[in-house]
Design a protein around this ligand. Structure first.
Ligand code: AMP
Length: 415
């Protein structure tokens, strides 16, 4: 079946068409037929579509909302502007998988979307005010175009972390706040951590129960996950994605009392403080230059920019602290797995994170490390190191497509 995977942001829509079914999953032979991104929805939108063997299509079109954007994307396949032999018409989309950021405490598994699921995703808007409304726009757009003639499946970023015990998910705040408002840690990037754990099992022949690893997702957003017995034991993002590691524009961990301090000192109001934590902190905040790791490394190398170097050092030190903390709560792990734009591509950041960790049994093979970039997958451990080190490119879309196939198989209704 052809699964359309949708990932909607507030003004963007990313999509992939993936051919998958139970047999293809079994043989690990599912294929991406096309992928694309539509940015700046609401004004002159930028459209980029890729399909294997075809030149990249780039266009600019005024697209007023997510529905218009999705209709435009589907129109490209219908009209033959983007040629996919196996999915040349709209009728060839057999199911739709939606990436949903927050499922709260109730939506802890991928699920066929009906009106009650939509309501529950709406109930989580207060937990993810930037993300869930955009995800809901994607569901509304796809339902308006495809109706209920194809199944729609929701796959949640938070779901993988539903196994976290209370010792990991509770904040040391008055317990009533958890009871009244569900103030707790949920974790994000779950689909990515789950995918790389699955690939790790494939690469090493381990069972799920034998999977004791620390997965390190370093992209524009960053999080790290302690996976014990195949399940998320703890992760660095919390009630929102701000907690944990230093990110492109998010601060990660900080002393919460800084916020009232800034309120008193600078008169900053709640929305400003939130904007600062999410959009003006992290690598961008420290360097004052950019949130882009590639550019920071270049500034540091070419111009010896002090603050660029400081931003990178603080970024790496935070990751190192979390690796140490997770190895402690897991009583050791068999492997570290790096993924995400930085984790997959920057041998230098991996080197700086893993430097001088011999005490913990962590060391990189310099040659393997430098050779494993550009979406290559492989082991980069030094000889004799106790904690093996892998680079595994993430593929959240593939997992969403596969969950969609499995949910459709298990559904009582047939489409
Ligand atoms: P993502 O959010 O996973 O797409 O990752 C985006 C981040 O990956 C940005 O900070 C990029 O600068 C970073 N990145 C991509 N390629 C490289 C590279 N070769 N070296 C360092 N950082 C990179």
């Amino acid at each position: 079946m052809n699964v359309l995977v949708l990932n909607c942001g507030s003004s963007s829509l990313k999509f992939q068409v993936i051919e998958s079914d139970l047999d293809l999953i079994e043989r690990d032979a599912d294929r991406t037929l096309a992928s694309g991104v539509i940015e700046r929805i609401g004004s002159e939108a930028l459209i980029t579509v890729r399909a294997p063997g075809a030149p990249v299509l780039k266009r600019a079109e005024p697209l007023r909302d997510h529905r218009a954007a999705l209709e435009y994307a589907i129109g490209l396949f219908r009209s033959g502007d983007v040629r996919i032999e196996e999915a040349s018409s709209i009728a060839d989309v057999h199911a739709i998988g939606h990436r949903i950021v927050h499922g709260g405490e109730k939506l802890t598994k991928s699920i066929i979307i009906d009106s009650s699921v939509v309501e529950q995703i709406e109930d989580c808007i207060e937990l993810a005010p930037l993300h869930n409304p955009a995800n809901l726009k994607g569901i509304a757009a796809a339902k308006a175009i495809f109706g209920d003639s194809v199944p729609h499946v929701a796959v949640f970023d938070t779901a993988f972390h539903a196994t976290m015990p209370a010792t990991s998910f509770l904040y040391a705040l008055p317990y009533q706040l958890y009871v009244r408002h569900r103030v707790r840690r949920y974790g994000f990037h779950g689909t990515s951590h789950r995918y790389v754990a699955y690939r790790y099992r494939q690469l090493t022949g381990k069972s799920r129960e034998e999977t004791n690893i620390v997965t390190v997702h370093l992209g524009n957003g960053c999080s790290i996950c302690a996976i014990r017995g195949g399940e998320s034991l703890d992760t660095s993002m919390g009630m929102t994605p701000v907690e944990g590691l230093v990110m492109g524009t998010r601060s990660g961990d900080l002393d919460a009392s800084i916020l009232p301090f800034l309120h008193h000192k600078e008169g900053m109001q709640v929305d400003e403080l939130d904007g600062m934590l999410n959009k003006r902190s992290g690598l961008l905040g420290i360097s004052g230059l950019t949130n882009d790791m590639r550019d920071l490394l270049e500034e540091e190398r070419a111009n010896q920019d002090r603050r660029a170097g400081l931003a990178v050092d603080i970024f790496c030190q935070r990751v190192r602290k979390y690796i140490g903390a997770y190895l402690a709560i897991m009583n050791g792990a068999d492997a570290l797995v790096f993924t995400g734009g930085i984790g997959e591509n920057s041998d230098e950041i991996r080197r700086r994170i893993c430097a001088d960790m011999g005490f913990l049994g962590i060391s990189l093979d310099e040659k393997l490390n430098s050779a494993t970039v550009g979406r290559l997958e492989g082991e980069v451990s030094g000889s004799g190191c106790r904690v093996r080190i892998f680079v595994i490119p993430t593929n959240e879309e593939l997992l969403i497509a596969r969950d969609t196939v499995r949910c459709v198989r298990d559904a009582p209704r047939r489409w």
